[in-house]
Design a protein around this ligand. Structure first.
Ligand SMILES: Nc1ncnc2c1ncn2[C@@H]1O[C@H](COP(=O)(O)OP(=O)(O)OP(=O)(O)O)[C@@H](O)[C@H]1O
Length: 664
């Protein structure tokens, strides 16, 4: 068995080599790049905020060009959100239809059409080239690798489901979407040749101004799927406003994510996508000096990428106002709506000055959505323009119950479109999954065998990174120490490390200095680290969705990867969903795991997110039993405290205070 591990490891790693670097490969971390932007760059002179629509004009106050009559791009998709006619959008901000009606056309005329956006920020604030650092380091670290090995064909036969009213059709190429010359140039710089399936579907939906709940597999390009339409909408929209003399900024777009590192990463991506468009992205997250972030905000912000805790802080200090928000994106949305984040999210979205749903455009993205969130979206108010399909009143809502989480989701969306690329919560077949039965005391020696196999096979180095997930922060420290003592260069990331330490660890992992990263769930979601060829679940999580996100740190952007899990009695509640997931992803399920799964089902054990009967691949507005309020999920009227979810220990993952994920 161990020999087969070694083979798998070797195969996965040579395959990682063979497939080459991802489109945006770099061996510098997002944090590094951020630091480069913030620290190394010469500090630009403080400047008054200049809104995007004015930034690419000559210093003399030119009038906007006459709307272009150029029909050449008329056949292309153009953003719907508030697309103005005649280049002016003022006065249109209050109706429910704000940003909903445009079907293209008028918006492109601002400033004489996309072609006239020469790019660049206001002359007084220098925009650092987000690609410069990357190009340099890419040459050094990944010499000889080009972005040609990305196997996006692997996604081609994935079933796609969309539902909702009047779903805009997907596009086939980036050329089919009128994102503008500057964004197109950035797509080229990113070396994106064609849109991934989630991008093909989501971008037209979002450009049409519709709310969206989108689920697509890890590593399939969701970040660009929500960033491109936001950038494009901002470029075409009204200028961002700020009262003269006020220190409060009012960005038109807010992207929330659950961890600091993910926020940094999204910000880096947004900076690339918006380079020379005049759209300015700023990041704010906890653990870093707030003064620096305040100064950055003062220079102007169109897209604020933030973690919820730090955002609440900024709102309380009145340094940010949400009154002009037109685009709200929740990345890792299911996590953001989970118990741990709920108070902050509800506060941000409902209790501050953010325009209500219907007046802003809301987008929820994740690789996993528990079915309760989908059902909630259906039940409480996103059914259609006339309002909720069902009144929420008859249902008892207990805080800390899944229904509470469901209500939260529904509070955000308006007449949304549901998009599922692949089965909701599924894992890509690009990841080879192995599960080994390993008793607790044997785990370290098994791990050692795996790592030795990698070393022996000669693929141990910069381009073959191994991510080891453990359950606790203490466990992470201890395993890191143990590995280092045994000659394996390792570092760790978890919630007890300072932000500086976390960013340093990530950097040294990414650049291969310490090719083993021991992590808690703080690194489970969203992080896009090139060359992670092996994810080891040293401790399995309690929740199958967490497993999906963890293993999704490998096998990204069409590349293959390997995921190994150590399973024992302590993980028996995960046996069934794990076996199902593996089966669905065409993986070999060991007999002993199937037996565990069967035994577990026979006495009713079930992981809350698995739900046995699957929550996958469909919009729950179509589920008549749910619609009627009866059936499996609403029967009993017990406020969701028990039923299928009780057995799995709801909240046992992130709800466990021992497993802090740094969300601030
Ligand atoms: N159209 C494209 N062509 C080539 N590469 C792409 C394309 N779109 C995205 N990528 C690359 O694919 C990788 C994964 O993208 P991204 O991080 O957005 O995935 P994701 O779906 O958000 O994953 P997760 O669910 O783990 O958060 C990134 O390196 C990104 O640059």
């Amino acid at each position: 068995m161990r020999t087969s591990w070694a083979d798998s490891v070797a195969n996965a790693e040579s395959s990682a080599f063979a497939t080459g670097a991802s489109a945006s490969t770099t061996d510098t971390t997002a944090a590094n790049a951020t630091a480069a932007a913030v620290v190394s760059a010469p500090r630009p002179p403080r400047a008054a905020y200049v809104p995007p629509h004015l930034r690419n004009r000559a210093a003399s106050s030119e009038l906007p060009a006459t709307p272009s009559a150029d029909g050449s791009s008329a056949a292309k998709l153009a953003p719907g959100p508030g697309a103005p006619s005649g280049g002016s959008r003022s006065g249109g901000g209050t109706s429910r239809d704000m940003g909903r009606t445009g079907s293209g056309g008028g918006g492109r005329s601002v400033g004489g059409g996309w072609g006239s956006r020469s790019g660049g920020w206001d002359g007084r604030v220098r925009e650092v080239n987000p690609f410069a650092n990357e190009e340099e380091t890419t040459e050094v670290a990944f010499d000889g690798q080009e972005n040609t090995g990305i196997n996006f064909d692997a996604y081609e036969d994935i079933p796609v489901e969309t539902s909702g009213d009047n779903v805009p059709p997907p596009v086939s190429t980036f050329a089919d979407i009128d994102l503008g010359d500057a964004v197109n140039e950035n797509i080229r710089r990113c070396k994106y040749v064609k849109p991934t399936p989630v991008q093909r579907h989501a971008i037209p939906i979002l450009l049409a101004g519709r709310d969206l709940m989108a689920c697509a597999q890890t590593g399939s390009g969701k970040t660009a799927a929500f960033c491109f339409p936001i950038i494009s909408g901002i470029m075409r929209g009204p200028p961002s406003q700020r009262q003269r003399g006020s220190k409060t900024v009012c960005p038109p777009a807010l992207i929330l994510s659950p961890t600091r590192e993910l926020s940094i990463q999204i910000h880096e991506e947004a900076r690339k996508f918006s380079y020379q468009t005049g759209v300015r992205a700023v990041v704010a997250y906890g653990g870093a000096p707030i003064n620096q972030q305040l100064r950055d905000l003062e220079r102007g912000v169109d897209i604020l990428v933030a973690t919820p805790g730090r955002l609440v802080d900024l709102l309380e200090r009145a340094r940010v106002s949400l009154q002009n928000i037109r685009y709200l994106a929740l990345d890792e949305a299911d996590r953001m709506l989970d118990m741990g984040f709920e108070p902050q999210i509800r506060r941000i979205v409902e209790q501050m000055d953010m325009p209500p749903r219907g007046e802003r455009q809301t987008m929820l993205f994740s690789a996993t959505f528990p079915r309760e969130i989908q059902i909630a979206a259906m039940l409480f108010g996103i059914g259609n323009d006339d309002g909720p399909l069902m009144s929420p009143e008859p249902v008892t809502v207990l805080p800390c119950s899944p229904l509470y989480e469901m209500r939260l989701a529904s509070d955000f969306l308006f007449n949304y479109i549901f998009l599922a690329v692949g089965r909701v919560g599924s894992s890509t077949e690009l990841i080879v999954q192995r599960v080994e039965f390993v008793l607790e005391p044997d785990k370290r020696s098994y791990l050692m065998d795996l790592l030795h196999a990698q070393k022996v096979n000669g693929a141990y180095g910069k381009q073959a990174l191994t991510l080891v997930f453990v359950e606790t922060k203490k466990g992470a420290d201890s395993l890191e120490h143990w590995l280092s003592m045994h000659g394996f260069p390792a570092t760790s990331i978890h919630g007890d490390r300072t932000q500086q330490e976390r960013e340093r660890a990530l950097r040294s992992f990414k650049n291969g200095a310490t090719p083993i990263l021991v992590a808690t769930d703080v690194a489970a979601r969203g992080l896009d680290i090139p060359h992670v060829s092996h994810v080891i679940n040293f401790d399995l999580p309690n929740d199958i969705d967490d497993y999906v996100h963890r293993i999704g740190r490998t096998g990204r952007a069409g590349k293959s990867g390997l995921a190994t899990a150590f399973f024992n009695e302590n993980n028996s509640s995960l046996a069934r969903p794990l076996a199902e997931l593996m089966q669905e992803s065409s993986q070999e399920v060991p007999d002993w795991l199937s037996r565990y799964a069967t035994a577990r089902s026979s006495y009713g054990g079930r992981n809350r997110r698995s739900g046995g009967a699957r929550f996958g691949g469909r919009d729950f507005r179509r589920d008549s039993s749910a619609r009627s309020g009866g059936g499996e999920y609403y029967g009993g009227g017990n406020g969701y405290g028990g039923g299928p979810y009780a057995a799995s220990g709801y909240g046992g993952g992130y709800g466990n205070p021992g497993l802090t994920s740094a969300w601030d």
